[in-house]
Design a protein around this ligand. Structure first.
Ligand code: BG6
Ligand code: MG
Length: 219
């Protein structure tokens, strides 16, 4: 009997390359605060919610105690406006390689799908990419209390799919995201660097390497 029944995808860096725009926007905000961030530090921001990302940057720059909640909200809003300008033209051709065909394959195999992204921009991005209808569920990030690496968001996805963890696989590009999947009891496919995505069950270099057989072999 086929066991794989559900696949839960991260969005930024898995379905489309918006992870790059998040990085560029955070880098600009950090520059305004005289904090220098690089791509190595950025691995610690991937998958993490907007406010938690800001806190990590301020802590990294030793400026966490310098701002109150109102100021921090203003900074997060500034970054988000910049980010939204960067993704205003996002379109179907920005879907990462192989992803559309893979989603079609899952649909044909009767496998249910969900998106578990920390991003409050997820719905808009999926609509702009023209693939919102490809997913059975999109977790509402606004209703998630604990940022990845906490498993809350992937547990919520399981609840929406109405499936147990052991018949599902999660796909992530972030170390925090892989931790979130694994702590929800789900098998994880990492997209990216195996030295970063240490807890993933399988690490692929890119989305074009996603194969149904690989996911089936994990459950
Ligand atoms: C995650 C990204 O998917 O969403 C993070 O990996 C981002 O980089 C987080 O900070 C929150 O996104 P948004 O769009 O709500 O600021
Ligand atoms: Mg991601």
């Amino acid at each position: 009997m086929e066991k794989l029944e559900g696949v839960i995808f991260d969005l930024d860096g898995v379905i489309t390359d918006t992870a790059e725009y998040h990085y560029r926007a955070w880098k600009k905000l950090a520059e305004r605060l005289d904090i220098k961030i690089d791509r190595v530090f950025n691995e610690e921001l991937k998958g993490v919610s907007r406010m938690d990302s800001l806190d990590r940057i301020l802590e990294y720059g030793d400026r966490l105690a310098d701002f109150n909640a109102t100021e921090k909200n203003e900074m997060a809003d500034w970054k988000n406006e910049l980010y939204k300008e960067m993704i205003v033209d996002i379109k179907p051709s920005d879907i990462l390689p192989g992803m559309e065909a893979f989603l079609d394959e899952l649909k044909q195999a009767g496998i249910r799908t969900a998106v578990a992204s920390a991003s409050k921009n997820a719905e808009v991005i999926l609509q702009s990419l023209g693939i919102r209808e490809q997913f059975d569920f999109v977790v509402d990030a606004a209703k998630i209390e604990k940022s990845k690496p906490d498993p809350e968001i992937f547990l919520k996805a399981l609840e929406l799919l109405d499936l147990p963890a052991d018949v599902c696989v999660g796909v992530e590009d972030a170390a925090a995201g892989v931790d979130s999947i694994k702590d929800a009891g789900i098998r994880a496919i990492g997209i990216g660097d195996a030295t970063v995505l240490r807890r993933a069950d399988v690490v692929l270099a890119g989305t074009d390497e996603l194969r149904l057989e690989t996911l089936k072999s994990l459950v």
